[in-house]
Design a protein. Structure first.
Length: 402
């Protein structure tokens, strides 16, 4: 591969395009080619060459840049690159209205998280929340937030101009027992990754860069309350990389009431996919359900923190996902040796039974997260010094991409 020529053509094409135009994900088939191009880019930058609008993901050996699939690059280097369309994603929430401070919300109580706090509060567990940002001034979140990153404007804090990210952060880690609300894991630490704009929209490239940042900053788990209908090769590769690195990804399944399909990235088997229940422990009518769901959690009419120090009620599998992330944080604070597959199996093994609506049938693995039972079961291996749970060969074969 002619690295100098590739970089020259890339710069020429980028210079002719607006930065707001849709980008493409260029993945190198040979990792050595990626590293050689990175060295060439670094050399050019050191020599004062302006290279706009080009970003890199080291984990999957990709460059993200505004080029077209019909560009000269696509034709000349088709044997060395996979060029993928940058597909859109949306957050998984369907309702919102202003509400009052809930204290300990019903969802936190329903999964028995408050009963686990005498044993674990998620202390020092770092949670990457890839979302719309967060309200750093919210009184219930001030002790629960790290600096994070704003992928839309790297010179700014990941401030929330939508509300969804603040809502997710509150359910996971709000910590204001005297005047405000309490989240599932009140002493965990949220690392906000702003990848979504004020409309709750993002692109696959934003998610890839967000996951890459989380991995490089050594978070313990990642919350992804969003989705899309189309499979992305680059996103699946990124999800697989962090799975192999031991970082669980908790992902919302979608709000389309589907029985045999869920959104990506939750559909990738390397994630923990989450469906939503209501306060009666029934599957919420809007929630996707079925064989691709790994665990359910409260997601109907959930009150949590909002921008400008307020509170909102929201519904969606987004809200369910944040309950599961909090429960996993409680677990990891007491047993950090657990791998993503171990955590998935523990969640399913310790889940509370769901109540079925008339005519409803429960698929395998159908249950609501039980944070207290999850914590106690997960601590058994840690207390007696045994190795993490080992899945059988049959279970591992079942974990192929969905």
């Amino acid at each position: 591969m002619d690295y100098s020529r590739f970089i020259q053509m890339l710069i020429e094409e980028v210079d002719t395009r607006s930065p707001i135009e849709e980008q493409r994900i260029l993945t190198f088939l040979n990792p050595k080619s990626y590293y050689a191009c990175q060295r060439e880019l670094s050399r050019l930058k050191a020599n004062g060459v302006h290279i706009p609008f080009i970003q890199s993901s080291h984990l999957i050996k990709s460059i993200i840049a505004p080029v077209t699939c019909r560009s000269k690059i696509a034709n000349r280097f088709k044997d060395s690159l996979i060029i993928e369309q940058n597909m859109p994603l949306k957050i998984h929430a369907i309702q919102s209205k202003t509400d009052v401070n809930p204290g300990i919300p019903y969802g936190v109580k329903q999964i028995h998280a408050h009963r686990a706090w005498s044993t674990s509060t998620g202390y020092r567990i770092k949670i990457g929340v890839i979302d719309t940002g967060v309200d750093y001034q919210h009184p219930d979140l001030r002790q629960s937030l790290a600096r994070g990153i704003n992928l839309l404007n790297r010179n700014m804090l990941p401030l929330d101009d939508n509300g969804h990210g603040t809502h997710i952060a509150g359910t996971i880690a709000a910590a204001n027992s005297t005047e405000g609300m309490m989240g599932v894991a009140p002493r965990s630490l949220i690392y906000p990754v702003k990848a979504f704009d004020n409309n709750g929209s993002a692109y696959v490239s934003d998610i890839i860069l967000g996951i890459d940042w989380c991995a490089r900053n050594h978070v313990h788990l990642i919350n992804m309350s969003f989705g899309m209908k189309t499979r992305s090769r680059a996103l699946q590769e990124m999800v697989n990389k962090v799975y192999l690195a031991g970082i669980p990804i908790i992902a919302s399944s979608g709000n389309d009431s589907k029985r045999r399909s869920i959104d990506y990235p939750a559909r990738y088997s390397q994630t923990i996919s989450v469906g939503a229940t209501d306060r009666n422990k029934r599957i919420a009518p809007f929630s996707n359900r079925g064989q691709y769901i790994d665990i359910y959690a409260p997601g109907d009419k959930i009150i949590s923190s909002w921008t400008q120090g307020k509170y909102h009620e929201m519904s969606g599998t987004s809200m369910a996902t944040s309950h599961v992330s909090g429960a996993v944080a409680l677990l990891l604070a007491q047993n950090s040796n657990l791998q993503p597959l171990d955590i998935k199996l523990l969640l399913q093994r310790t889940a509370s039974p769901l109540r079925l609506r008339k005519g409803q049938r429960l698929d395998r693995n159908g249950g609501e997260v039980n944070a207290l039972r999850l914590l106690h079961e997960g601590m058994k291996g840690a207390s007696n010094g045994s190795a993490p749970i080992t899945a059988s060969l049959k279970q591992r074969k079942a974990s192929t991409p969905k």
